[in-house]
Design a protein around this ligand. Sequence first.
Ligand code: CO
Length: 134
Amino acid sequence: MLGRVNHIALAVPDLAEAAERYRSMLGASVTEPDNLPEHGVRVVFVTLENTKVELLEPLGEDSPIAAFLAKNPSGGMHHICYEVADILAARDSLVAAGGRVLGNGKPKIGAHGKPVLFLHPKDFFGTLIELEQV
Ligand code: CO
């Protein structure tokens, strides 16, 4: 059911500094920041030939990445996003196999305007997984 890696997300304490570091030290192409209040994050994307890296900083009071940054103050890998063709079918087959979806189980609209879901990291060896319908 998994397609390509859509992006790898890194939580960072200072998004402007991280974006500038990727530009100046790695020569990367980095998008302008985008606020995603529904997800509690502000993001930029590092555009690569085969995938993207999403840099995230907390936005608002109860950002889901605030606790992660409290534990990892200098930042770290936050999640990996895999593409799926049909997110509801992917969710139903995961749940039927005993997997857990975070939140209310309904897809939200993600950073690319497409439906996304997050899977419980304890089911996947400590890594938070995002599924994005493409
Ligand atoms: Co993501």
